[in-house]
Design a protein around this ligand. Structure first.
Ligand code: FES
Length: 353
């Protein structure tokens, strides 16, 4: 077998693992190297055990050396670094030879600072570094949370880096076109129109009501304005009213008949009020019968306005009439003349012809 002092650290570790797997009896990890490395321990033992005068600890059997002992033996390549830590633990527990492996395992831990210093000085690596390097390939060991997340995300990120050029999709036939989407679109548009229409109607109704209220307020704020026709109006020249004629042109607008008739044997043009003296109905001129006839209760009036039948108690009334400066007849509805009161004799209620 190769000399342990000339074996590399990797070889020693391989031999140690093989020995551990075989229960410590593997011939490849025979105790020669550690046994030869033991002398420094025995040489230093008297120094450590002398004060206590205890039995010298026997070196561990070569076939039962642990990995730590082998590592310690491997470090024996530098006697100054390996001998010092090996002697220290031997003194405190000399009476427990059976526990030698445990003590031997404790030795490297106690001798770490000195070994590290010597290895650093020699440009070598420590045991932990060697073990870490040996375990790294097979067992990466626990990782931090961030590293685990990165490892989980790493496979997902890889496909993204790959540029996969997908082939173009074949054109869909007409029957495969998304008709459902069009139906949904129509439905949505219908709902939108309905809702919009309802809201629009609501707002339009509110606007109409508001406008009506505004108009009512404006009408309330302004005074009433009479839209009645003027009380004075011209009806034309006297030649337009021949003798015996009854003109109804102004009945609808002004409530006046312009009549050219005789009253008490005097021909004159008068303006008769078209209101029945019974209860206020509007009589009609019956040209065939040459009379005014009230449709309500049958009162009848002659052409000059004198009542002669029906319940009417008195003749029709006259408005004031005169010749204006332009020669036209002008009627003034602000003045009334009643025959039963003898007012028809007033020249203001007729124009002699
Ligand atoms: Fe004209 Fe009665 S209102 S007859």
């Amino acid at each position: 077998m190769a000399d342990p002092k000339k074996m590399s650290v990797a070889d020693i570790l391989a031999a140690a693992r093989k020995k551990d797997s075989q229960g410590g009896d593997a011939p490849a990890v025979k105790p020669e190297p550690p046994a030869e490395a033991a002398p420094p321990v025995e040489a230093s033992a008297p120094d450590a055990a002398a004060p206590a005068e205890k039995p010298k600890p026997k070196p561990a059997p070569a076939g039962k050396m642990s990995v730590a002992e082998m590592l310690a033996a491997a470090r024996g390549e530098k006697p100054g670094a390996a001998a010092a830590p090996a002697a220290k633990p031997a003194a405190p527990k000399p009476e427990a030879p059976a526990k030698a492996p445990v003590a031997a395992e404790a030795r490297p831990a106690a001798a770490k600072p000195a070994a590290k210093k010597s290895e650093a000085a020699a440009g070598t690596v420590d045991t932990s570094s060697i073990l870490a390097a040996a375990r790294t390939a097979a067992r990466p060991g626990p990782v931090s949370k961030s590293e685990a997340v990165a490892k989980v995300a790493e496979p997902a990120a890889k496909p993204a880096k790959e540029k996969i050029v997908a082939p173009p999709m074949p054109a869909k036939p007409v029957y495969a076109q998304p008709k459902a989407a069009a139906a949904d679109e129509d439905r949505r548009s219908f709902l939108a129109v309905m809702l919009g229409t309802a809201m629009g109607l609501g707002f339009a109704s509110m606007a109409v009501v508001g406008g009506l209220w505004s108009l009512a307020l404006a009408r309330f704020m302004f005074p009433n304005v009479l839209t009645e026709p003027p009380s004075r109006f011209k009806v034309g020249f006297p030649a337009n009213f021949p003798p015996g004629s009854v003109d109804e042109k102004f009945k609808a607008q002004f409530g006046v008949w312009v009549v050219n008739a005789e009253y008490n044997g005097q021909p004159q043009i008068v303006a008769l009020k078209s209101v029945c003296t019974h209860l206020g109905c509007t009589p009609n001129w019956l040209d065939g019968e040459q009379k005014f006839k009230c449709p309500c209760h049958g009162s009848g009036f002659y052409k000059d306005g004198i009542n002669f039948e029906g319940p009417a108690p008195r003749p029709l009334e006259r408005y004031a009439i005169r010749l204006a400066d332009d020669g036209q007849l002008e009627v003034d509805k602000s003045k009334l003349f009643q025959e039963e009161l003898g007012q028809w004799s007033d020249a203001a209620c007729f124009v002699p012809v």
